[in-house]
Ligand binder design. Structure first.
Ligand code: ADP
Length: 351
């Protein structure tokens, strides 16, 4: 295991710069998830760490050693891909052992290591099976096992769960998290799925257009998003955004009404208010945006309601058993500490 440090990492394809100076220090044993929309540069970053892409400028250090010019096999990393290539003609034992093909360790030592990894993954009974005799989740575990046998300094996961069905994805998410808690490896995991990022990461790196937008724990990026992009990317349904202007003791909404925010802003400043659906109450005495329920989406434990208001359509969460009827009027409000305020021009959070 080891730390991983990225310094001013830049990547240019032909003449187009796609990563614009990435700085990040991953601690030894930390589980870091890169998340962002397609094309934001997550995979390119991961592939540069792995040594599968050249570094245009900047440095990558693994365990305090600059690895920019090292071959992938000399970097002490192991990668698990989305299309995990396990060999159908090989047993689980051979597939896991494939990770040790370039190791010079004695055969008995390699065998012991394969057994140990199979034990950690709960696959001891399956070692002689072929992939066709395994479930999707078990196959995925074989791919992880192949990475694990080498006991690398850093594990790199490139969207490894994207091809699995929803149920299996949830199950593997939990398995990978438990595995990390057990073996304490340094992990860099790439995904476009904010739920995967939130549920697994010690820290999340949110990217957009080749720039890091925010680095923080799941709680930090959810409760203190740095800008409107992070605010709307993390959390589902996305945070409601309402234009307004700072006034005495609150914010005047563009469409009338004043909402209290419990802090002073320079009067007249153009802002964007952000309120999460789960932070809205439906029968607020004050801080009210009134509207009519347009559509309901029952989810069982709760019902999402889409409310037409003078400030546009707002999503709120209602009780699962007794949600307001379509066409009825609700008075939306929120505790002032749950209202996020962003600069309307830059999108940056105003704290
Ligand atoms: P993500 O993994 O976040 O979806 P990528 O890292 O794959 O994004 O891509 C980042 C940007 O780099 C995109 O604009 C993509 O089109 C571009 N890109 C990726 N690979 C290449 C390549 N081999 N040649 C040219 N452009 C590339």
């Amino acid at each position: 295991m080891a730390d991983l440090t990225l310094r001013d990492l830049v990547k240019t394809y032909d003449r187009t710069e796609v990563l614009h100076g990435i700085n990040l220090a991953v601690q030894d044993g930390e589980f870091v998830v890169f998340v962002g929309p397609s094309g934001c540069g997550k995979s390119t970053t991961l592939r540069m760490i792995a040594g599968l892409e050249d570094v245009t400028s900047g440095t990558i250090e693994i365990g305090r050693r600059v690895v920019n010019n090292l071959e992938p096999k000399d970097r002490d990393i192991a990668m698990v891909f989305q299309n995990y290539a396990i060999y159908p003609h090989m047993s689980v034992r051979k597939n896991i052992g494939f990770g040790l093909r370039s190791s010079k360790a004695p055969k008995a030592e390699k065998e012991a290591r394969i057994e140990e990894v199979a034990g950690i993954l709960g696959m001891t009974e399956l070692l002689e099976r072929k992939p066709a005799q395994l479930s999707g989740g078990q196959r995925q575990r074989v791919a992880i096992g192949r990475a694990m046998v080498r006991d690398p300094a850093v594990f790199l996961f490139d969207e490894p769960l994207s091809n699995l069905d929803a149920q299996l994805r949830t199950q593997m998410r939990l398995e990978i998290k438990k595995l990390h808690q057990r073996v304490g490896s340094t992990i860099v995991f790439v995904t476009h799925d904010q739920v995967e990022a939130m549920t697994m990461a010690d820290r999340i790196v949110i990217m957009k257009d080749g720039h890091i937008q925010q680095v923080g724990t799941p709680s930090e990026v959810y409760h203190q998003p740095a800008n409107t992009f992070v605010a709307q990317f993390i959390g589902a349904p996305a945070m409601n955004m309402i234009p307004g202007r700072a006034a005495d003791g609150g914010i005047d909404l563009s469409t009338g009404g004043r909402i209290a925010i419990g802090r002073a802003l320079s009067p007249g400043a153009e802002v964007t208010l952000g309120i999460r659906p789960e932070d809205l109450t439906l029968d607020a005495p004050q801080s009210v945006i009134e509207g009519k329920v347009i559509v309901r989406e029952p989810l069982g434990h709760e019902t999402l309601i889409y409310v037409g208001t003078p400030a546009g359509e707002i999503i709120a969460k209602a009780d699962g058993r007794t949600p307001p009827e379509v066409g009825s009027t609700v008075r939306l409000g929120s505790a002032s500490e749950n209202i996020h305020v962003f600069d309307a021009g830059t999108g940056e959070a105003i704290r």
